[in-house]
Design a protein around this ligand. Structure first.
Ligand code: ATP
Ligand code: MG
Ligand code: MG
Ligand code: MG
Length: 471
């Protein structure tokens, strides 16, 4: 079946090779020589110097399938059909070569002639001031006006990080049908629900954003496009979400097998299953790119994703270490494109399992303390655990609030979440005060956890950099 995720990646890259683009394999998730970004969030990010003219690209036309991590989407994961923190972005790029007309025409050719997606289900958006793009879509491509919407800066102006190339964009949406809609009368392209799924963003990179928030026109006009591979596969496979796509579903099914549960039986469990499915992909690729769990920067992103996966495993009733089994499935599904996964398999398992064990000890310790709190609570005939205790559990013992809540609920008790929030705010303020009086102490500082010492000698892929926690 050529609509498998791995075949779609190939089909896209081949198509743009036929348009003269140089194909390049994915760059690592860790930005190289770029302090403005923690992790790669889009296909264009590793190519920034080519857009600005700082460096000469190997060819003025390129195409890639880039590994991406967007922690900004963490709350969406498991709840929408279309967001992962980890995903792959297909892209075709022009550095001062082809521009709007070709970018639009080729995208349309790929979507309608290669993929053969039905015309009446396709919609496009353009930036509110971009008459030129609207004209191309309508007059040259023939998209009817009622399938073109103008959108504002929030949706149709693309920029990443504090500086770098950016510009107005035009997005392609697929109408998946009423059954995916929110049903509101205002529902349409740009609605937050999953009916009109944005799957391709064409960015007309004409400006450079500077750290002070100003924009200047770039000497050359560029093209940067990004299409989510998992979203594309979901559309082509006619499935409900990115978690039903062949290579992603394999992981999801493996989790169900370990947990002894069925996908689709209970909403809350499905969310947990999807969260683990996404996060195990993210941390596997982070480990393979040399990131180690820590308390700072990208190491912290990794720690957070990994612990979240373990925590949702507990919610599903999984006992014992389970990440290593899942890593095997992630590697098997992705090694045809990312063969380094197989080479680094033992290393990845070691990194993830060490952190998983650490977190399990934290949880065990937290459980003991929580049990004591519960006993006291019940002895006093109360039903709500005070905010300060909940906060102490998470702040001092690393025992997360939602786990506290979950356990309390099982016993017919509850957590004082408002009280918790008050404690949290108080602590934030103290921290803010401390930061202001001592000067900023953030990205430059790395707190190496003991895990780092255990495994750091095994990986030699990158040089040690002082601000990243990457060895
Ligand atoms: P959305 O509005 O759905 O959050 P976006 O506008 O933030 O998407 P872009 O920044 O335009 O996304 O990225 C280009 C493409 O990458 C999107 O059109 C989509 O196909 C894909 N994409 C973006 N974010 C995600 C994600 N979290 N998970 C999977 N694919 C994504
Ligand atoms: Mg988004
Ligand atoms: Mg969008
Ligand atoms: Mg977009």
């Amino acid at each position: 079946e050529w609509t498998s995720l791995n075949d779609l990646r190939e089909s896209y890259l081949k198509f743009f090779e036929s348009k003269g683009c140089l194909r390049h394999k994915s760059y690592p998730l860790v930005p190289q020589n770029d302090k403005s970004l923690l992790l790669i969030v889009a296909g264009m990010a590793p190519l920034k110097p080519y857009f600005t003219g700082q460096e000469v690209p190997p060819r003025v036309r390129m195409t890639t399938c880039q590994k991406c991590i967007r922690t900004g989407d963490i709350e969406n994961v498991g709840k929408t059909a279309r967001h992962g923190t980890y995903f792959e972005m297909l892209g075709n790029f022009s550095f001062g070569d082809y521009f709007k007309k070709e970018a639009i025409a080729w995208a349309w050719e790929y979507v309608t002639e290669v993929l053969k997606l039905p015309l009446d289900r396709l919609h496009v958006s353009v930036y509110e001031d971009d008459d030129e793009a609207e004209k191309i879509w309508h007059e040259e491509i023939g998209v009817p006006m009622d399938h073109i919407v103008r959108m504002g800066k929030e949706d149709n102006f693309w920029e990443a990080g504090t500086d770098g190339p950016c510009g107005p964009c035009s997005e392609i949406y697929f109408d998946r049908g009423e059954k995916y809609g929110c049903g509101k009368p205002t529902c349409g392209v740009g609605c937050d629900c999953d009916r009109y799924m944005e799957f391709w963003n064409l960015v007309f990179t004409q400006f450079e954003r500077h750290e002070d928030g100003t924009y200047t026109p770039l000497a050359q006009k560029n093209i940067d496009t990004g299409m989510g591979l998992e979203r594309l596969a979901a559309l082509m496979q006619g499935v409900d979400s990115i978690f039903d796509v062949d290579t992603v579903k394999a992981i999801r099914d493996h989790i169900c097998k370990i947990a002894g549960c069925e996908y689709g039986a209970e909403y809350k469990k499905d969310v947990s299953i999807r969260v683990i499915t996404d996060h195990i992909r993210a941390v596997t690729f982070l480990a393979s790119d040399g990131v180690l769990p820590s308390n700072e920067g990208r190491g912290y992103v990794m720690r957070r994703l990994l612990r979240r996966a373990v925590r949702h495993g507990k919610l599903l009733g999984i006992n014992g270490l389970f990440l290593k089994d899942l890593v095997k499935t992630v590697v098997d599904c992705n090694k045809c494109e990312y063969n380094e996964l197989e080479e680094k398999f033992d290393y990845i398992v070691k990194v993830l399992t060490t952190e998983e064990q650490n977190f399990n000890s934290t949880i065990d310790r937290g459980m003991k303390i929580l049990d004591e709190y519960i006993e006291k609570l019940q002895a006093e005939g109360k039903t709500m655990l005070d905010g300060e205790s909940c906060f102490k559990l998470s702040d001092t013992y690393g025992f997360p609030l939602d786990l506290t809540r979950e356990i309390l609920e099982e016993k017919g008790l509850s957590a004082d979440e408002e009280g918790y929030a008050v404690c949290m705010e108080k602590q934030r303020e103290t921290a803010r005060g401390a930061r202001e009086s001592q000067g900023y102490m953030g990205a430059e500082e790395t707190v190496f956890h003991k895990i780092d010492k255990n495994v750091s000698t095994k990986f030699t892929g990158y040089d040690k950099t002082e601000d990243t926690g990457v060895i």
